[in-house]
Design a protein around this ligand. Structure first.
Ligand code: NAD
Ligand code: UDP
Length: 314
């Protein structure tokens, strides 16, 4: 049995990760400041003897005797990370330094939840890990993009300077149950709009693309990454290479919910990447043949069922 710290554990991805790590027989400390996460996401785990919940902000130091740290704490949706941009940078940079300091102190292995946003508006397609990206350093997305890029740098430098055992995963757009209903991300927006019979809001012309990964596939990839040998640090892309335009996504959601919602077009936010698709050959090779198992139609259905129940009970 390992003692594992999950920062951002009450968030969308963190809650699934905590659940899976507990099911595998580990002791899990879930640390969160509840900025975008919620106790509702992990309520079903409270009471489990192997689960501890800590209210804490990673921009402040924290200590615990742990074997592994998954560093997920950070708002992930553009609406939330832009709400207090300076705080987002603090979380990415000071928060990561605090967690790296903890890993150094207790000799824990530490994994960073990085993002496909480090590629910015990519000029090569699909994105490979060796691509350095095309990021605006002074735009409205920069607090997150540059924050996450700096966090990757910190992880590499702690490894080089202190021989810390680190892992970096670059997560591509992930969706599933427990996404926050109002965080503005495209999958939750479209599903909730469709279920409520509201207009579906496409930003821009809807021809921009994203590759959507179901949360269970990501959790599997992250755990496999943590368990790789000390020589493999990443970064490794974890995502589903299936690529869709936002128009295609809207049409799929309308069809699968049986909604009568209409599609409307709204202005495209500044610096919105035009295309995104992971090259996952490194993950396939290094993570024991890992590949996404849940394709969009099935994953969307599970997510639609979740939001339908949630809306009914509210
Ligand atoms: P989320 O907003 O649901 O979860 C983030 C969690 O971190 C929340 O519970 C929030 O309260 C907590 N948090 C934020 N700032 C904190 C702080 N200073 N101290 C302690 N806790 C804090 O988002 P998510 O989708 O679950 O994302 C989790 C991680 O994965 C993030 O680091 C995000 O950047 C990364 N990621 C997610 C995606 C995606 O598509 N969901 C894609 C790329 C990367
Ligand atoms: N988007 C959209 N309508 C919405 C929310 C988002 O068309 O209601 C678009 C957004 O402009 C972007 C894509 O969907 O092009 C994915 O947005 P999201 O915020 O989910 O993720 P990210 O841009 O960080 O990949």
């Amino acid at each position: 049995m390992k003692r594992i710290l999950v920062t951002g554990g009450a968030g969308f991805i963190g809650s699934h990760l905590c659940e899976r790590l507990l099911n595998e027989g580990n002791d899990v400390i879930c640390l969160d400041n509840y900025f975008t996460g919620s106790k509702d996401n992990i309520r079903h785990l409270i009471g489990n003897d192997h689960f501890e919940l800590v209210r804490h902000d990673i921009t402040k130091p924290y200590t615990a005797e742990v074997d592994e740290i998954y560093n997920l704490a950070c708002p992930a949706s553009p609406v939330h990370y832009q709400y207090d941009a300076v705080k987002t940078i603090q979380t990415c940079v000071i928060g990561s330094m605090n967690m790296l300091g903890l890993a150094k102190q207790v000799r824990a292995k530490i994994l960073q939840a990085s993002t496909s946003e480090v590629y910015g508006d990519p000029t090569i397609h699909p994105q490979v890990e060796s691509y350095w990206g095309n990021v605006n350093p002074i735009g409205i997305r920069s607090c997150y993009d540059e924050g996450k890029r700096c966090a990757e740098t910190l992880f590499m430098d702690y490894h080089r300077q202190n021989n810390l055992r680190i892992k970096i995963v670059r997560i591509f757009n992930t969706y599933g149950p427990r996404m926050s209903m109002n965080d503005g991300r495209v999958v939750s927006n479209f599903i909730v709009q469709a279920l409520r019979g509201e207009d579906i809001t496409i930003y821009g012309d809807g021809k921009q693309t994203r590759s959507f990964q179901y949360v269970d596939d990501l959790v599997e990839g992250m755990i496999r990454m943590m368990n790789t040998g000390d020589d493999f640090l990443g970064p490794v892309n974890i995502g589903n290479p299936g690529e869709f335009t936002m128009l295609e996504l809207a049409e799929k959601v309308i069809e699968q919910t049986g909604s009568k919602s209409k599609i409307i077009f709204q202005p495209l936010p500044q610096d919105d990447p035009r295309q995104r698709k992971p090259d996952i050959s490194v993950a396939r090779k290094e993570l024991g043949g890992w590949q996404p198992e849940v394709q969009l139609t099935e994953g969307l259905q599970r997510t639609i069922d979740y939001f339908r129940k949630l809306i009914q009970t509210k």
